[in-house]
Structures are given as structure tokens and as C-alpha cells.
Write a protein that binds this ligand. Structure first.
Ligand SMILES: C[S@@+](CC[C@H](N)C(=O)[O-])C[C@H]1O[C@@H](n2cnc3c(N)ncnc32)[C@H](O)[C@@H]1O
Length: 487
């Protein structure tokens, strides 16, 4: 008879994972985790969960197996030129600034959590593109990950169609070659790019970082921290700040900026792209430090693949410290949301089942969290639950449109945002996201009209739901964001 994967076993394994690499496994991934463990047990000849766990947790003998097990649960979703605006900022603002300021003629960029290498090679291509400027500057792109399989793929530099979903064809022709005419979908990275890129194993939660990680000018730490619970992120953030040079920059994924607190880094804005910069003692700040962006569009994101069982900021067992006597109020939970306590918020549903009232705003917060985690299936299910409660609610259509927007389904997003506006014409956030959809679809005139509509409503304070639906951002912040786009 097959051994049962009990709740206690689930807790034991997920604690081991969390302690080793910071990845939080959510409750709803229990059966997927079980499947992964069973697969590993079959491959390694273990017949019961307990002895397999003793093996991987007893580091000496089992460390290699622990790593293999971790490799089976990592989410390696990545592609070339993901969030292309980041690479534009690297080329047009950061490189010229480094050229002006750096005494040693070298630039070092680190892709932390590089997965199969697309991000690191995109950085290398972007830097290579500025070689006329860089002259004899030495360029090095360091790329690290905990997943050795991903690193092997990265080192091979051989990529398929999925990796190229967002690349400009001119880069594809310039920096890749087709290794075999029978495999037209596959391309190999150019040697000039490979030569300046170095891949290494690193667990970001290791006690010591290797010596080569110092004197870093720019860090890309994108779509990695979303898997770490808030209380775990801080130690990694501190390390990243330490290895970064003064005035150096750090990029996060656009849906991650809200989760972070980098004490020694300022959040700065380059043409609507938000990133962090390390403070210096001497330099006078020329860039305005600003609030973080709303979730930017994930035009090319796809829903999680079956492998992607590691989901960000998910509930572990609700601790007695956070368990309130009575269900918390919406205001309290909204404050938790703004504070990034996503795991605790999701755990509230386990604790209070039907006690969270009024239901729709609570569900809206839940949907926001799933959107931030790019778990569009769960976000949609949450919208369906709201729709079942009130099929004529403008906010529900807005949320549904927001999910489609972040999933890159612009036609569906447009339809739902328009329905939201049909039900409530002054819903400022629906105008704002409709503008964003139009902007990203190249419909500039429509986008400008909708940004102007957003400003008009916000300036006349006709929409009291703004702060909530804008996830805590003020009207002034949004007005400024619209004006940026209208410039
Ligand atoms: C979703 S990918 C992001 C890839 C790339 N940064 C991007 O944005 O396209 C997340 C990567 O983080 C890695 N990762 C997760 N936990 C890690 C840890 N503790 N140390 C190092 N890498 C880790 C995973 O193996 C995975 O390859």
C-alpha cells in the first residue's frame, strides 16, 4: 500500500526547503510536492518519506540529493529581453553614468537567480551594444543560480523558440546562429557574448558569498525574491546591498518593488522605470526618490507551467503569533497588504473561512496577491468567486480585466475594463489600466485619452475607491504617473 503524504510530512519537507533556499511552498502545492518527492524517491531507491527526508536533511550524505530535489521544484521561467525597459535604462542611463564616474575601467553586472541564462545574455548583449562608448572597458556579466541543471543549459547557450518570445529580430540575427539547419527553432549564442558571461552555482541563502562577488555595478535580481517569504528576504537584500558599489543599481521584477525594504538603497525613477540605487555619503542626489510602481504589464508572461510548483510568498502554517481572535477588519488587512504580509493574508482564509466581511474587497486583495505572484489561474478563480457574489459589480470587472492585463491578454482586458466603466464610468483605475493596455498595444491616441480621463477623475476626486484599487497609491502618485506618460 502506498504511504500517505500526511500534513506533518508536508510541513517537514517544506521547512527543509524553506531553510535551505528560502523558497516557500504554498498549501495548494501539496500534491505537486508529493509527486516531486515520489519521483525523487523512485530515482534514488527510497521507499518511504521518512528515510528520504532523513537522507536529504542529513547534509553530509544527502546534500547532493537535496540539491537535486530543490532543482526539481524551482521555477525557471525566463526569456530574452524580459521587461525590455530595464535594458534600455541600462544602455541609455546607467552605462553612460558608469563611464563618467568609474575610475577602474571595468563594469561588472550580476544576474542573481539567472535560471537558464537568458537574462544574463540579454545584459551582455545590451552592454555589447554600447561597446562604441565603452571602448577599452572590461565588461563582465556574472550569473548565478541554485539550479545546476539550469546553469548547464545556460552554459551551453543553446535556446529554443520559447526563450525568444520577446526579442527584437535584429538581435536574434546579430547575436545568435542556427547550429543545425534541421533545427531552425534552436539558436546558439554568439561567442562574443558568451565570452563576457560567467555562470556559477550560488544559493543566495548561503552563509558566505564567494569572493568573485564584489565590486558589482549593477544587480539584476528579478523574479527570484517572489518565492521568498518577507521575513527571509531581508538577509538576502542586505547581502546584495553589500556587494553593490556605491551609486550602483539594482533591478527587481516590476511586480516585486512593493515587497522590498532595502535600507541602504534609494528607489529611483528613470523614464518610468523604477530601480534601486545604493546611497553614497558624498554624492548629491539628482534623481528624485519616488514611490514604487504599480505592477507593470507582463505582456509576455504565461501562466505557471506544471513544473512551477514554487509559488511566491505563500502561506505556511498560520503562526499563533499572527492568529487573531476575531476576523480582522478590511482596514487591518489592507495595512498588512501594503506591508507586504501576503503569506499571512492568504492564511487568513484558512483561519476565518467565511468570517471575512465584506467579502468582495477581501477577495480583491487576494486577487492582487495572486496577480503579483503571476498565478493567473488562482487570480481568475478568485475573480470567479467575486462574480458569483455580484455579477454587476464594476470593481469585479476591473479586477478581472487586471488579471487579463497582467497575463498579457489585452483584448480580454480591454473588454472587461470597458464593462467596468460601463457599470461605473468614473472608476479611475479602470481608465488607468485601459490606458496602459492601449499604450502597450501601440494605440497611442486611445492611451493618451484614457490617461487624461484618469487625471480628470482623480483631480476632481470623483473616485473614492482609488487608494484601495491602486493598492495603496495616492491620487497624486497616479496623476504623476499619467503625466509621465503624457509627456
Ligand atoms: C523565475 S526564475 C527568474 C530568472 C530571471 N532572473 C528572470 O527574471 O527572467 C527564478 C530563478 O531563481 C532561482 N532561485 C530560487 N531560489 C534561489 C536561491 N535560494 N538561490 C539562488 N537562486 C535561486 C531559481 O532556481 C530560478 O532559476
Amino acid at each position: 500500500m502506498q504511504q500517505e503524504f500526511t500534513r506533518a510530512l508536508f510541513e517537514t519537507f517544506r521547512k527543509t526547503i524553506l531553510d535551505f533556499c528560502g523558497i516557500a511552498i504554498p498549501d495548494d502545492s501539496r500534491s505537486e510536492l508529493e509527486r516531486k518527492i515520489r519521483e525523487r524517491m523512485t530515482q534514488t531507491g527510497f521507499s518511504d518519506f521518512y528515510s528520504y527526508h532523513v537522507h536529504i536533511a542529513g547534509r553530509e550524505a544527502g546534500e547532493d540529493e537535496l540539491r537535486k530535489f530543490i532543482e526539481s521544484i524551482t521555477n525557471n521561467e525566463t526569456y530574452f529581453f524580459r521587461e525590455p525597459a530595464h535594458f534600455r535604462v541600462l544602455k541609455s542611463h546607467i552605462v553612460p553614468e558608469l563611464l563618467r564616474k568609474k575610475k577602474e575601467r571595468r563594469i561588472r553586472v550580476w544576474s542573481a537567480g539567472c535560471s537558464t541564462g537568458e537574462e544574463a545574455y540579454t545584459i551582455a548583449i545590451s552592454l555589447f551594444e554600447t561597446r562604441m562608448l565603452l571602448g577599452d572597458f572590461d565588461i563582465e556579466v556574472l550569473a548565478t543560480d541554485i539550479d545546476r541543471n539550469a546553469l548547464t543549459i545556460a552554459q551551453l547557450g543553446n535556446f529554443g523558440r520559447n526563450s525568444f518570445r520577446a526579442i527584437d529580430p535584429s538581435y536574434l540575427n546579430t547575436y545568435f546562429r542556427i547550429p543545425d539547419q534541421r533545427l531552425m527553432d534552436y539558436r546558439i549564442i554568439d561567442e562574443r557574448i558568451r565570452a563576457i558571461t560567467r555562470f556559477e552555482y550560488l544559493n543566495l541563502f548561503d552563509d558566505h558569498y564567494p569572493d568573485y562577488l564584489h565590486d558589482i555595478d549593477v544587480i539584476f535580481f528579478r523574479n527570484v525574491s517572489i518565492y521568498f517569504p518577507k521575513d527571509k528576504i531581508q538577509s538576502v537584500n542586505r547581502r546584495l546591498s553589500e556587494v553593490l558599489n556605491e551609486s550602483g543599481y539594482l533591478f527587481l521584477g516590476s511586480s516585486e518593488t512593493l515587497h522590498h525594504n532595502f535600507g541602504h538603497l534609494d528607489l529611483v525613477d528613470y523614464d518610468g522605470v523604477f530601480l534601486y540605487q545604493k546611497k553614497t555619503g558624498t554624492e548629491e542626489k539628482t534623481k528624485k526618490t519616488i514611490a514604487p510602481s504599480l505592477h507593470e504589464s507582463k505582456r509576455h508572461h504565461r501562466p505557471a507551467s506544471p513544473k512551477e510548483i514554487a509559488k511566491p510568498q505563500t502561506p505556511r502554517s498560520a503562526s499563533s503569533r499572527t492568529k487573531p481572535e476575531a476576523p480582522p477588519s478590511l482596514d487591518q488587512v489592507f495595512a498588512m497588504y501594503k506591508d507586504g504580509a501576503y503569506a499571512q493574508i492568504l492564511a487568513l482564509w484558512d483561519m476565518h473561512a467565511d468570517g471575512l466581511e465584506p467579502k468582495i474587497p477581501f477577495l480583491i486583495l487576494k486577487a492582487f496577491i495572486y496577480i503579483g505572484q503571476e498565478d493567473f489561474d488562482l487570480a481568475r478563480k478568485t475573480c470567479d468567486a467575486m462574480m458569483a457574489l455580484d455579477a454587476l459589480n464594476a470593481e469585479v470587472y476591473f479586477l478581472s480585466g487586471l488579471v487579463d492585463y497582467h497575463a498579457g491578454q489585452f483584448a480580454a482586458a480591454t473588454e472587461k475594463l470597458k464593462k467596468a466603466l460601463f457599470l461605473k464610468k468614473d472608476l479611475a483605475m479602470a481608465h488607468y489600466y485601459l490606458a496602459s493596455v492601449y499604450r502597450q498595444s501601440g494605440k497611442t491616441d486611445d492611451a493618451r485619452r484614457e490617461f487624461r480621463n484618469t487625471i480628470k477623475i482623480l483631480e476632481h476626486k470623483q473616485d473614492t475607491s482609488v487608494s484601495f484599487l491602486a493598492q495603496g497609491y495616492s491620487s497624486d502618485y497616479l496623476i504623476n504617473a499619467c503625466k509621465q506618460y503624457l509627456k
